[in-house]
Design a protein around this ligand. Structure first.
Ligand code: PSU
Ligand code: MN
Length: 312
């Protein structure tokens, strides 16, 4: 499966070996490193997420673009280079080709990471929150949504980012035939908060059940992602009212400053972090780690061969 890859793809040896042996692999995105989190938390978080995947017995593969190469499984030095690189682009589906042709560096979004995961055959992916339908301007819809519709990958997240229009995002996921599976919950989490008042389309109690749902979904010939939503850990989750107030203020400020398009998500996330006295940052870091751990367990349920059995 790894033969015939486009020449601008590079897979880390540990990841290539795991894929060939059908061992559990979890893809991780890198826009959260380049644009989502402040330094130095971004780099430590990137390492911690990889460790969380390893601790649950799977092989992590952080995806990014370096000098126009799509790298699946960034090394420690490469993670550091991206985390410190202020010129790194935010690479969603439409941005790939230019980044490759122009030999640029960048962090891949959920959409960008899904494309790379699918190209090399990774079926499980962990992130913080997916993009979706924005509250303002009303016609800003993340490429994460249509890409999820075309990518048979299990995506583990804490819902969609709280800055979005969550009911509209859920409706769009339904339209796109993406199951939204609550991990030990009936409620769609709202990223920083465990609650949203919105229901998921199915509930799973453990990783094995998620794997069975995904296998049945794909056996039907459906080619969309299965979105697994995990509430943020109770110890760091914020009350919904606190988040809502901060989001309303951040959105109003973005509107005042005329911030649009690609810049909108990083601006709003940063503003919400400031307005909540950085307790949202703490929740963000904790939920990312938790999602990496759950994704590792799901990957093991999907590909029951443990990597440890092959370690000599
Ligand atoms: N969630 C975060 N921080 C982020 C993102 C999500 O906590 O930086 C990124 C993800 O990579 C997601 C992207 O795919 O934001 C969506 O951006 P847009 O709305 O521009 O498509
Ligand atoms: Mn957008």
């Amino acid at each position: 499966m790894l033969n015939g890859l486009p020449k601008f793809f590079r897979i880390a040896p540990a990841v290539a070996r795991a894929l060939e042996l059908q061992m559990p692999v979890v893809a991780l995105e890198s826009t959260v490193i380049t644009h989502g989190l402040p330094r130095p938390d971004n780099l430590s978080l990137a390492h911690d997420m990889e460790d969380a995947v390893r601790d649950s017995g799977a092989v992590p593969a952080t995806v990014g673009v370096l000098g126009g190469q799509v790298v699946v499984g960034l090394s420690g030095a490469e993670l550091e280079y991206l985390a410190l690189n202020a010129n790194a682009r935010k690479i969603s589906a439409r941005d790939y080709a230019a980044a490759i042709a122009q030999q640029a560096d960048g962090g891949t979004t959920v959409a960008g990471t899904l494309i790379a995961a699918l190209t090399v055959g990774i079926r499980v992916f962990a992130t913080g929150g997916i993009g979706g339908v924005h509250r303002w301007p009303p016609y800003d819809v993340s490429a994460d949504l249509p890409t999820l519709a075309q990518s048979p990958v299990i995506v583990v997240c804490a819902g969609a980012k709280a800055i979005l229009d969550l009911p509209a995002t859920l409706e769009m996921l339904e339209t796109l035939s993406v199951p939204v599976v609550g991990y030990q919950t009936d409620e769609f989490p709202s990223f920083y908060s465990r609650e949203s008042g919105l229901r998921v389309s199915a509930r799973a109690e453990n990783a094995e059940e998620v794997a069975k749902i995904a296998q049945a979904h794909w056996a039907l010939g459906l080619n969309s992602a299965v979105l697994v939503v995990v509430p943020p850990p109770a110890s760091v989750a914020l009350p919904r009212s606190v988040v809502e107030r901060a989001v309303a203020e951040a959105v109003a400020e973005a509107e005042r400053l005329g911030i649009r398009g690609q810049e909108s998500t990083p601006f709003l996330l940063n503003k919400v972090s400031e307005l909540t006295g950085h307790s949202s940052l703490k929740a963000n870091l904790a939920l990312l780690l938790n999602n990496a751990r759950v994704a590792g367990e799901i990957a093991r349920a999907l590909f029951p061969l443990s990597p440890h059995r092959f370690e000599v």
